[in-house]
Design a protein around this ligand. Structure first.
Ligand code: PLP
Length: 462
C-alpha cells in the first residue's frame, strides 16, 4: 500500500511479532499475571520464579500497596522534571535510603536502571577529581568477574568477555584485575596462607596495577561486593573490601561498590557492604529498590564527595537523565521500602537463605554436577560441573547452565543461569535468587524441582 511520499504502509493482514527480542531464535511464553513468587502464562502454565526475574522482583507479585501507591502518584502528576523541581515522594524515598545506608553515605541520586547508575557514578568520580584540580585522573579499574551493565561505560568497567567482545573498539579504556575466588584462586594462591598475610594477593595485584599505571591517572575502582551474574554469588574473603578501601584512600581513588543486585536485602542486610565493614565513596543500587514494580535505580554518595561538588564544582553535577526521580517510580520505591520494613522481609531472607544452602548440601550428595555452594541471604549459587569429583566443568559450547534452566522451566521453575571465566576457562554456575518473601513450602518446591531438573540434566550427557 503506497502513501503519498512513496513510503509503504504495512499490510494489516500480514501480522508479524513486532517485538525486537533479545534472542530471535527463541519462542517466548507470554506472561499473563503474577501472584507472589509465581508467574502464569497465557497457556495457564505456572512458573515458580526462583530468580525474581533478573533478581529484581524481590517482593513477589501482586502487592496492592505498591500498585496503589503508583496509581495514586500517576493521578497526581505524571512527570516532574527534576532539573526544576523535586517531589514529596522523591524526598521521602531519598530520606529512607539515606537512613538505611551506613554513614557517611548520605545523598541519593535516582536513575532508571543499574547501568545508568554506574555510568553516573563513573562520571561523578571523574568530575570529583577534575573539580579538585586533578585533571589527569580519568581511568577506572574494574574486575574481570563483575558485571556493571550494558551501556558503553558500564560495559567497559565490567568484565563479561562475551558481552564486551563485539564492542571492544568502542569501549572506554579500563584496566581490570581478577576478583577473589579463593576456591579457584585466579592467582593460584593457597587460601590459608594468603588469608594470613597482611595483604591478600588479589589486593596486592590491584596495588601493583595502580602503581604501574600511575595513581595520578586513576579515578575510580568499581566492584560488586558479592559477584552476582558473572560468577554466581561468590563471597570475597572477610578483609578484601577493607583492604581495597585502604588502597583507594592511599592513592586518592574513589571506591564505587555496585549493589545493583546485592542491595535492598538480597544478601540478608540492607546492603552487602554492611557485612564487610568497608564503606565506599559511592554505592550504586537498582533492581530490588522498587521490588521490580517500576524502573528505578541510583547511587548513594558520600558526604565528602558532595561537599567537594559544592565547594569546587559550583554545586553542579554535569549530568542528568529525563527520567531521574520519575514520580511514579519513586512512589513504587517508597512503597516497596516500607513493605520491606513492615513485613520484616530481611528476617525471612536470612532464614530461607540458610535453609536453601542446607538443602543444596543435601542435593549435592545425590548430584555429581553440584560443585561449590556459596552465597549470602537469598543470593545463592553453585558451580555446575560435569563431574565434581574429577573437578571437570562442561565445555562452554555445551551451554550447561542454560540447559539446566530449560529443564527446570519445563518442570515449572525459573533459575538464573550463568557462566564466567576461571583461569581462562569457562565455568558454569546456577544462581538462585527467589523473592525474599518466599515461604518454606515454596522453598521446598524450588528444591524439589531443582532436584528433578538436575536428574534430567545429568542424564543428557550419559
Ligand atoms: N550491576 C549489576 C551488579 C547487575 O547485576 C546489573 C544487572 O544485571 C547491572 C548493574 C545493570 O543494571 P540494569 O540492567 O538495570 O541496567
Amino acid at each position: 500500500m503506497e502513501i503519498l511520499d512513496g513510503t509503504k504502509r504495512k499490510d494489516p493482514l500480514q501480522k508479524h511479532d513486532p517485538i525486537f527480542h533479545r534472542d530471535f531464535s527463541k519462542k517466548y511464553p507470554v506472561i499473563d499475571y503474577g501472584k507472589g513468587v509465581y508467574l502464569f502464562d497465557t497457556d495457564s502454565k505456572k512458573y515458580l520464579d526462583a530468580s525474581s526475574g533478573a533478581v529484581a522482583a524481590n517482593l513477589g507479585h501482586g502487592i496492592e500497596a505498591i500498585a496503589d501507591a503508583m496509581a495514586e502518584q500517576a493521578k497526581k502528576a505524571a512527570f516532574v522534571h527534576t532539573l526544576r523541581f523535586e517531589t514529596q515522594v522523591q524526598y521521602e524515598l531519598a530520606r529512607e535510603i539515606s537512613d538505611m545506608a551506613p554513614d557517611p553515605l548520605r545523598y541519593v541520586y535516582f536513575t532508571s536502571g543499574g547501568s545508568e547508575a554506574n555510568e553516573s557514578a563513573l562520571k561523578l568520580a571523574r568530575q570529583y577529581h577534575r573539580d579538585r584540580g586533578n585533571k589527569e585522573k580519568y581511568l577506572n579499574i574494574g574486575r574481570w568477574q563483575s558485571y556493571h551493565g550494558n551501556t558503553m561505560g558500564s560495559l567497559s568497567v565490567g568484565g563479561d568477555v562475551k558481552r564486551r567482545q563485539p564492542y571492544t573498539p568502542s569501549l572506554i579504556k579500563t584496566d581490570h584485575v581478577y576478583s577473589p575466588y579463593c576456591h579457584r584462586c585466579p592467582y593460584h594462591q593457597n587460601e590459608e596462607h594468603c588469608g594470613r598475610s597482611e595483604q591478600l594477593h588479589c589486593v596486592g595485584e590491584l596495588e601493583r596495577l595502580i602503581i604501574e599505571t600511575g595513581p595520578e591517572f586513576i579515578s575510580s575502582f568499581i566492584c560488586e561486593p558479592i559477584v552476582g551474574s558473572q560468577q554466581g554469588a561468590v563471597v570475597p574473603p572477610e578483609d578484601y573490601l577493607k583492604q581495597v578501601r585502604a588502597l583507594c584512600d592511599r592513592y586518592d581513588i574513589l571506591m564505587i561498590v555496585d549493589e545493583v543486585m546485592t542491595g535492598f536485602g538480597r544478601t540478608g542486610t540492607h546492603f552487602a557492604i554492611e557485612q564487610f565493614g568497608a564503606i565506599p565513596d559511592i554505592l550504586t543500587f537498582g533492581k530490588g529498590v522498587s521490588g521490580g514494580y517500576a524502573p528505578l535505580a541510583g547511587m548513594i554518595v558520600s558526604e565528602h564527595v558532595v561537599e567537594s561538588l559544592k565547594r569546587n564544582g559550583q554545586g553542579k553535577f554535569i549530568h542528568g537523565f529525563t527520567f531521574s526521580g520519575h514520580p511514579v517510580s519513586v512512589a513504587a520505591g517508597l512503597a516497596a521500602v516500607r513493605y520491606y520494613k513492615d513485613q520484616r522481609v530481611l528476617d525471612n531472607c536470612r532464614k530461607q537463605g540458610e535453609y536453601l544452602v542446607q538443602a543444596l548440601q543435601v542435593l549435592q550428595a545425590r548430584h555429581r554436577s553440584i560443585g561449590q555452594i556459596r552465597g549470602r541471604g537469598l543470593l545463592v549459587g553453585f558451580e555446575l560441573m560435569k563431574d565434581r569429583d574429577q573437578d571437570v566443568f562442561y565445555p562452554p559450547e555445551y551451554g550447561a547452565s542454560e540447559l539446566l534452566n530449560q529443564q527446570a522451566m519445563k518442570l515449572g521453575a525459573i533459575f538464573y543461569p550463568g557462566a564466567g571465566t576461571i583461569d581462562g576457562k569457562q565455568g558454569d554456575h546456577l544462581l538462585i535468587g527467589p523473592p525474599l518473601t518466599i515461604t518454606s513450602d515454596e522453598m521446598n518446591e524450588v528444591i524439589h524441582i531443582l532436584d528433578l531438573a538436575l536428574t534430567e540434566f545429568e542424564q543428557l550427557d550419559q
